[in-house]
Design a protein around this ligand. Structure first.
Ligand SMILES: Nc1ncnc2c1ncn2[C@@H]1O[C@H](COP(=O)(O)OP(=O)(O)OP(=O)(O)O)[C@@H](O)[C@H]1O
Length: 275
């Protein structure tokens, strides 16, 4: 996927203000950013659901503004707003969706992968919020997409469902599926994404791997410990040397921790000036 200078103007408001993206085949890419940053608008343009005001975009080699049926069949989507077929059962919904695609996955297998086997014969309207979201994921992947868009896919998931979903995404990525994900969960981005972009006010403010974003890899460590006078804290680029110096007397250092900025710390620092 290649995007250059993407813009979206609404009356009196620029939602996306010149975004460039390169997402390679088989890559898991996460878009991060505060509410209203322009993530969903960007994703919807790339899915062919929204017209752009300016810029270039190529998604699986096709301009998403002009993608036809064959192009659409190669995409999978989990949108923010749930699909509505409340009277059908889970199994009926997934089977129904599978029929739209030339090479669908086995619906029963997909239902199992999202952990809904026990609910296969339950009507969609009777599912809990998190179960409903898992069904959305099932519908997004049943067509065996080459490119999968996931817009805040795990909102409402319990922790176990989230871990299970992460496993599923890793399997899909191993299988060669390209994945574009938006999320507010920084641990999710860290667990899944090869690369992330941080969007604020419609522009990209940082891009990189979760480990190196915003200079994170080279950031100073914070060393904390306790001595007779109470809790101590020092920031240093050479924590090993500091710990060696502190422990020269041979005793244990009470309460010793060495931490680096988390992805969340880095993210909050990046968007700070924009929020
Ligand atoms: N149809 C619309 N008409 C006018 N403004 C819109 C429309 N859709 C979105 N916007 C505005 O565009 C901006 C970007 O919205 P968008 O939904 O892309 O943000 P987001 O990054 O996905 O946020 P969130 O994290 O809350 O989902 C917001 O200020 C929003 O109010």
């Amino acid at each position: 996927m290649r995007v250059r200078g993407l813009r979206k103007e609404y009356p009196g408001h620029t939602a996306v203000d010149g975004i460039d993206l390169d997402i390679h085949r088989g890559e898991v890419f996460a878009l991060l950013g505060p509410n209203g940053a322009g993530k969903t608008t960007t994703v919807e343009i790339l899915e062919g659901h929204r017209r752009r005001s300016a810029g270039e975009a190529s998604v699986l080699g096709v301009d998403p503004g002009r993608g036809g049926r064959a192009w659409r069949a190669k995409l999978g989507m989990v949108l923010q707003t749930a699909t509505d077929a409340a009277e059908l059962t889970v199994a009926e919904s997934v089977r129904h969706y599978a029929r739209y695609y030339p090479r669908p996955r086995d619906p029963e297998e997909v239902i199992k992968q999202v952990g809904l086997t026990e609910k296969a014969n339950t009507r969609v309207k009777s599912l809990s919020g998190g179960q409903r979201r898992r069904l959305d994921v099932a519908l997004g992947i049943v067509g065996r997409p080459e490119l999968l868009f996931l817009d805040e896919p795990t909102t409402g998931f319990d922790p176990e469902a989230r871990r299970r979903f992460w496993e599923l995404i890793r399997l899909l990525a191993l299988d060669g599926t390209t994945i574009l994900l938006t999320t507010h969960y920084l641990d999710e981005a860290e667990a899944l994404a090869d690369r992330v972009s941080v969007i604020a006010n419609g522009t990209i403010v940082a891009e990189g791997s979760p480990a190196t974003l915003g200079g994170r890899a080279g950031a100073e460590a914070t060393v904390r410990w306790e001595d007779a006078t109470g809790p101590q804290e020092r920031r240093t680029a050479t924590p090993t040397a500091l710990v060696r110096e502190l422990s020269a007397g041979g005793g244990e250092l009470a309460g010793l921790t060495v931490t680096r900025p988390t992805l969340e710390d880095t993210y909050l620092e990046l968007i700070g000036p924009h929020s």
